[in-house]
Design a protein around this ligand. Structure first.
Ligand code: NAD
Length: 500
């Protein structure tokens, strides 16, 4: 049976794509195709940009308070329809119900942050910067913005972007991952129900063709991207070449350093969720442990014991800890990387390659896998595996551990497990990574802070949400004003004005 093709969402309503190309959307738990995504064409993108451009003047004139009220209604609708959004996330991505609920909650928190936009858009003001001269600054919207998002957070990552962008007075085009587009289309319906004017928010499922059309379109002013590092770099370079501001968040290889003074049971428990939650398909997943000194042997034993007890199955079933990975092709890639770890001499402590889930034989499952005695030259260290594979390296002391983490090209997230304040402080200060946890394994900043990595994990200057998100989606303007009274007007002066 041929599965139905989803619509695009342009100008406040579903619209059929002009492209004949589609992509299968799988339920990774069953391995079945459940629907198809349209792969938007350049003409579809033109249409979406035209709608967003036409909506911009009216939306910009809508006061920040009124924009915030629409977001308040949207937040209530997201809460009211949370089971729907959780279901779509679990169905298309494979996350467990609880994990999907957690990521939805973290996304809703960005809407809550953006609801404060009348306050967030306040600029600076100074009286008497010169005699009779005052100065104030404004934060104004940039225009049509676009967001390009990955498969691994169908709800949360789009919500990192568009609530802040539209709160600031911009209009928005979302290009969700073609593997998981349904939740984005559902959010578009909820925004309309919340009272968002037509054209302010548009959704165009698609692939490289749609992305390239957005990157080169003269009316798109800003691009937010989250995905893998090679694509992030391409988006940054191409967007910048076409005169756009770009924030492009890339891949990761997040290390947790476990010191010998840490509570090893606590660390091992925390690492279970950080490494195997969402089948390791999180940009903030801990995929690498650096065990320092005597911590190594005992920690590996605890990790093996706990990982071997995880329950794997369909995310909508009760009592499941970990679901499938996104596609059969991705599972194959991970299996090959595990093969390479074995071939290169790492110690395979737990092997997930042969896992079968009864009743779900066609699902894209892979069991939790654990390697010890990994070195930095091995492929399993150098590649972002993005699956349920945790690798352990050994270091002699904290200096070596920090050197090892800083030597990695990525810099998204990291954590240290220790009972020593001195070690924790040293680590937080010297580590070259954007998000740092101290006895916190996945240090994803709350919505009122900004989220972003360093080095090959971010191309661009500003992180998403929090105040950096507001600065990304606004242009600042400084107004210097004087209201001279007649007797103050002197002869004209051609030299560089100095106010003070
Ligand atoms: P991806 O880079 O393959 O795709 C991301 C988006 O780019 C999708 O919308 C896709 O359609 C589009 N795309 C893919 N190839 C393209 C190309 N050649 N040209 C133009 N557009 C293209 O990433 P993914 O597999 O969907 O997601 C997993 C990756 O995302 C991992 O590397 C993960 O670390 C990363 N990620 C990073 C963060 C972060 O905050 N840094 C968050 C989530 C995911």
């Amino acid at each position: 049976m041929t599965q139905p093709v989803l619509s695009l969402w342009i100008n406040g309503k579903p619209q059929a794509s002009m492209s004949a190309r589609t992509a299968d959307i799988f339920n990774p738990a069953s391995g079945e195709v459940i629907r198809r995504a349209p792969l938007a064409s350049r003409q579809d993108v033109e249409k979406a940009v035209a709608a967003a451009r036409a909506a911009f003047p009216g939306w910009r004139e809508t006061t920040p308070l009124r924009r915030a009220r629409i977001l308040m209604r949207f937040r209530e609708l997201m809460q009211a329809h949370r089971e729907d959004l959780i279901h779509l996330t679990t169905e298309e991505h494979g996350k467990t119900h609880e994990d999907a609920a957690g990521s939805l909650q973290r996304g809703i928190e960005v809407i809550e942050f953006a609801m404060g936009v009348p306050h967030l858009l306040k600029g600076e003001q100074a009286e008497d910067v010169g005699r009779g001269v005052d100065c104030h600054s404004l934060l104004q919207p940039v225009g049509v913005c676009a967001g390009i998002t990955p498969f691994n957070f169908p709800v949360m990552v789009p919500l990192w972007m568009f609530p802040v962008a539209i709160a600031c007075g911009n209009t928005f085009i979302l290009k969700p991952s073609e593997k998981v587009p349904s939740a984005s289309l559902r959010m578009a319906e909820l925004l309309r129900e919340a009272g968002l004017p037509d054209g302010v928010f548009n959704v165009i499922p698609g692939d490289k063709e749609a992305v390239d059309a957005l990157l080169t379109h003269p009316d798109v002013r800003a691009i937010s991207f989250v995905g893998s590092t090679p694509v992030a770099k391409y988006i940054y370079e191409s967007g910048a070449r076409h005169g756009k501001r770009v924030q492009a968040l890339g891949g990761a290889k997040n290390h947790a350093v476990v010191m010998p003074d840490a509570d090893l049971d606590f660390a091992a428990d925390a690492l279970m969720g950080a490494a195997y939650g969402s089948a390791g398909e999180r940009c903030m997943a801990i995929s690498t442990v650096v065990a320092v000194g005597a911590a190594g042997d005992a920690l590996v034993e605890k990790l093996r014991d706990k990982a071997s007890r995880l329950k794997i199955g369909a995310g909508d079933q009760q009592g499941i800890d970990m679901g499938p990975v996104i596609t059969a092709a991705h599972r194959e890639r991970i299996r090959k990387l595990i093969d390479s770890g074995v071939a290169e001499g790492a110690r395979l402590v737990l092997d997930g390659r042969g896992l079968k889930v009864s009743g779900q034989e066609k699902g894209f499952y892979l069991g939790p896998t654990l390697f010890d005695k990994v070195t930095t030259t091995m492929e399993i260290y150098q590649e972002e595996i993005f699956g349920p594979v945790l690798i352990v390296l050994r270091a002699d002391n904290i200096d070596d551990a920090i050197g090892l983490v800083n030597g990695n090209p990525y810099g998204n997230g990291t954590a240290i497990f220790t009972r020593s304040g001195a070690h924790a402080r040293r680590f937080a200060r010297d580590i070259e990574v954007g998000m740092v946890g101290i006895n916190v394994p996945i240090p994803v900043p709350m919505a009122f802070f900004s989220f972003g990595g360093w080095k090959a994990s971010l191309f661009g200057d500003l992180h998403v949400h929090g105040m950096e998100g507001v600065y990304f989606y606004t242009r600042s303007k400084v107004v210097t004003s004087r209201w001279p009274v007649d007797e103050e007007q002197g002869p004209s002066n051609l030299s560089m004005p100095t106010l003070g």
